[in-house]
Design a protein around this ligand. Structure first.
Ligand SMILES: Nc1ncnc2c1ncn2[C@@H]1O[C@H](COP(=O)(O)OP(=O)(O)OP(=O)(O)O)[C@@H](O)[C@H]1O
Ligand SMILES: N[C@@H](CCO)C(=O)O
Length: 324
């Protein structure tokens, strides 16, 4: 039997950066790791708190996505051994499903000698996730400006401005994308459409040129945040006031419930902003974990195709972790 085995590291992501609904994404330095190899019988090894409730049979997203890659490449490998450890919280708006999809695509493609191109992987990932911003960010890293017309996915990757930092407030409750999409209207006014086109373009230009002062004016949305705020107590207050507490801009991360603030790392505002985010959510009865993050610039990384590259401490990742 073919004993090939690969390992990938894939970043979390934030989608809908402000007005860029289904369009602007950014990779974040929180990661999931997947190891995949051919096997005689399919087996899963899932480690860590974030994998709780994830299936350990052939209905697992990672397995299903790998099979799609093999199908598209015209090869047949129905049995796989898959290990996964993740620090990306599930169903919180930090792109856990996109990272699972991108990690599985990259691992399966590496196992079969990179049969599919990056563009093919991006389109496959987008068709599965149905929007390109999370998957584009996890695949390419950095900031991604992306579009999807149901057939072709396009993306341009931007290097994040060097001083750009990120604070996320991750509420203790889960909110699935499915549920958060149900509160969105079927139609919007021309006025709101123009508002978002203008602000999204402005934000992309501000990020591309490193104009941090423009972010507070650009990071405004009328397509999804006003409708989703009913699902997240304290969100309206945070969106209205975070810039008074040192944020460059603030938004709902993906479909929520995580709230994301952009910061200038040279500005020394993070401690005050962290307090503001925690206290505001607490006043609304929500406990939240606050993380100080940075954009990831690497995107998905593949380690060891054919043989396992030394120096990547995969075993250490799940050593001491409870296997679910
Ligand atoms: N490693 C994984 N293996 C299998 N399924 C996963 C894995 N990671 C995520 N999922 C699936 O994705 C679901 C979460 O997707 P969902 O789109 O609701 O939230 P999210 O991706 O964390 O946030 P957002 O898309 O708003 O950024 C989980 O409930 C689970 O079904
Ligand atoms: N753009 C998506 C991101 C979540 O997957 C949404 O907001 O519904």
């Amino acid at each position: 039997m073919n004993s090939r085995r690969v390992r990938v590291r894939v970043p979390a992501s934030t989608a809908n950066l402000g007005p860029g609904f289904d369009t602007l994404g950014m990779a974040l330095n929180v990661y999931a790791w997947i190891e995949m190899g051919f096997a005689e019988e399919t087996r899963f090894h899932l480690y860590g708190d974030q994998m709780e409730g994830v299936p350990k049979d052939k209905t697992n997203l990672i397995y299903e996505v790998a099979q799609l890659v093999f199908e598209q490449a015209g090869v047949h490998y129905p049995e796989l051994e898959i290990s996964m450890y993740s620090d990306i919280p599930l169903t919180r708006g930090l792109g856990s499903s996109a990272s699972a999809i991108v990690g599985a695509l990259a691992a399966a493609n590496a196992l079969i000698g990179e049969a599919l191109t990056q563009q093919q992987l991006f389109e496959l990932a987008t068709s599965l996730e149905q929007h390109p911003d999370n998957v584009g960010a996890s695949l390419f890293g950095g900031i991604v400006v992306a579009s999807w017309d149901g057939e072709r996915a396009n993306a341009i990757r931007l290097n994040p401005p060097a001083q750009l930092g990120v604070l996320v407030a991750i509420p203790e409750f889960k909110l699935s994308t499915e549920k958060a999409r149900l509160v969105l209207p079927q139609q919007i006014s021309m006025k709101d459409a123009v508002f978002n086109v203008a602000h999204s373009s402005l934000l992309a230009a501000a990020l591309a040129t490193g104009n941090l002062d423009m972010i507070r004016h650009a990071m405004k949305d009328r397509l999804h945040q006003p409708y989703r705020s009913q699902l997240i107590p304290g969100m309206d207050e945070i969106l209205a006031e975070a810039t008074d507490h040192g944020a460059l801009g603030v938004a709902l991360s993906g479909a929520g419930p995580t709230l994301l603030a952009l910061v200038d790392q040279a500005g020394g505002t993070e401690a005050g902003l962290e307090r503001f985010l925690r206290d505001t959510l607490r006043r609304h009865g929500i406990e939240a974990r606050i993380l100080r993050l940075q954009p990831d610039v690497d995107g998905v990384q593949v380690y060891g195709s054919g043989h396992v590259k030394s120096g990547v401490p995969f075993e250490e990742l799940w050593e001491g972790q409870v296997q679910l």
